[in-house]
Design a protein around this ligand. Structure first.
Ligand code: MLT
Length: 263
């Protein structure tokens, strides 16, 4: 489907008239990271997963990547699929997009699921790290970047128990072009904070985080939990930054229970 002049790859599963849940993946992954969640939900719900531009099978287009542009893509995808409102679930970068979308288009969402994410903008040190990452991708290539990233993404135990998942994530990173990696790193580094919108969120919210998440640690989740009224927080054991892949059973139990409480 063409959205904002870009071919966007998406999956639309489950009964057509069922309540809709939209999943947004993290950086630099793609919609396949949600396969286990789609499988768990598609009998009862309409489940949409899509590749953010420049990721997976979606084109990059010619516009400068920004979180605002990614939000525009999301809303236009919802319009094109005739989805008035949905439950929105985002992991990490997906959460940045979800929070930004929530701030701008609150009427389009019934509930929010924020996984391994945060509301703050990049600190000067984090921005510096992004620039270094861009330089290193340009100099030493995507493969080295993938191997370095993997070290931070997972809980220590996952390196023993989740080798298949780690290999799949490595593959997702390797399939992202050098240009899209660099452009998205810039978009992430320029993103605005969304902490100011948390007190205004009036829809149910579930916040999940891996207890060994080094990138967006449980403290970030706790902050969002304290600032979104009546939100629920779940800290998942044996999980790092990719809690839906590392603790899929626990993750899906919380996910299904939360969604069942909405519809
Ligand atoms: C992600 O998983 O989307 C990234 O770790 C987000 C980030 O680098 O801020």
């Amino acid at each position: 489907m063409i959205i904002n002049n870009v071919t966007v790859s998406y999956n639309d599963e489950g009964p057509e008239n069922a309540p809709v849940i939209i999943f947004i993946h993290g950086f630099p992954f793609n919609k396949s990271m949600w396969n286990l969640q789609v499988k768990a939900l598609k009998d009862k719900y309409r489940v949409i997963t899509y590749d953010v531009r420049g990721h997976g099978k979606s084109d990059a287009g010619n516009d400068v990547f920004t979180i605002d542009l990614f939000v525009k893509d999301l809303i236009n995808l919802m319009d094109a699929l005739k989805i008035d409102n949905a439950i929105l679930c985002g992991l990490s970068m997906g959460g940045y997009i979800a929070l930004n979308a929530m701030g701008k288009y609150p009427e389009r969402f019934n509930a929010l699921i924020l996984c391994d994410t945060q509301c703050i903008a990049d600190t000067p040190e984090a921005k510096e790290k992004r620039i270094k990452a861009i330089e290193s991708i340009r100099k030493t290539g995507v493969e080295k970047y993938a191997d370095e990233s993997i070290k931070n993404l997972f809980a220590s135990g996952s390196f023993i128990t989740k080798q298949k998942e780690i290999a799949a994530v490595r593959e997702m990173i390797l399939k992202t072009s050098e240009q899209s990696l660099c452009n998205t790193l810039l978009a992430l580094s320029h993103r605005k904070e969304t902490c100011n919108i948390l007190p205004g969120i009036k829809i149910p919210a579930l916040i999940m985080v891996g207890n060994e998440d080094k990138i967006t640690p449980p403290a970030s989740a706790r902050f969002m939990n304290e600032n979104i009224k009546d939100s629920i927080m779940k800290i998942l054991e044996y999980a790092g930054h990719l809690s839906n892949l590392e603790s899929p059973y626990e993750f899906n139990v919380h996910l299904k229970r939360f969604i069942a409480s909405i519809y």
